[in-house]
Design a protein around this ligand. Sequence first.
Ligand SMILES: NC(=O)c1ccc[n+]([C@@H]2O[C@H](COP(=O)([O-])OP(=O)(O)OC[C@H]3O[C@@H](n4cnc5c(N)ncnc54)[C@H](OP(=O)(O)O)[C@@H]3O)[C@@H](O)[C@H]2O)c1
Length: 254
Amino acid sequence: MNLKGKTALVTGAAHRVGKAIALALAREGVSIIVHYGRSADAAQQTIGEITALGVEALPVQADLRDPAQIAALFQAVEDRFGHLDILVNSAASFVKQPFEDVTVDSWKDVMQANLRAPFLCSQHAARLMRAVQRPADEPALIVNIADLSGLQVRSGYVQHGISKAGLLHLTNISAHELAPDIRVNAIIPGPILPPPGVSPDSERWQQIGARVPLRRPGHPGHIGQTVVFLATNDYITGAAIPVDGGEHLIDPTR
Ligand SMILES: NC(=O)c1ccc[n+]([C@@H]2O[C@H](COP(=O)([O-])OP(=O)(O)OC[C@H]3O[C@@H](n4cnc5c(N)ncnc54)[C@H](OP(=O)(O)O)[C@@H]3O)[C@@H](O)[C@H]2O)c1
């Protein structure tokens, strides 16, 4: 896809990884819908940084656990832009909870945010992506941001791991169902950014990075760069790209 003049919605784009994705696309000339949940101030800051790059930016708040708010988010996109070229499902709730403590409500919250929302967003996006005629070699694009816990067992990440496993399969199913005019791919980040409150320069985070084959943590720009790559290469669909310094190769028996 030639990115200049295109339009992308990035969920969870107020800060952290979603912001890096939004800025990477904006640098290529893409107008951005900055979805956010609770981080209104950070979203405004991100809007300022995007418009400084000379493209349009629209902030839209929505709790992605609520289908009505997702519908309103896409209505706002339609009202402003009329169509959509790229959707990045980056927002996610990150919950660690012992298996025995998982409640119906915490299960529901995580599944609604991490799996049902990307599905509903993809449904709405497909309609807006098909609102314009596209050349055969310029399909629209959906990118789902997954997690290695969706492929490998991680202690305590019960709902999180199951939701991300579902997201990876949603990627395959939607890539199949939405072809040929929409491509769908996933990115599986590794140690990109520590949880809020932990500095990327902290010894703890550097030690986590040192465990992967490339012996260092990544940074959010690596994910932004991969989204841009997926957007510009129009012959990849149904792929899941690890961007993890080789974390998925670690031998748990050693
Ligand atoms: N950080 C890493 O190293 C890493 C590693 C592996 C995978 N990932 C994946 O990469 C993606 C981005 O990572 P991150 O660390 O930047 O994520 P994050 O900070 O944990 O969350 C991203 C955003 O999701 C939004 N969100 C969560 N629940 C929501 C809801 N119910 N409604 C609306 N928005 C909601 C929040 O927006 P507000 O702040 O506006 O509420 C939050 O800022 C996630 O899918 C994550 O699983 C990250």
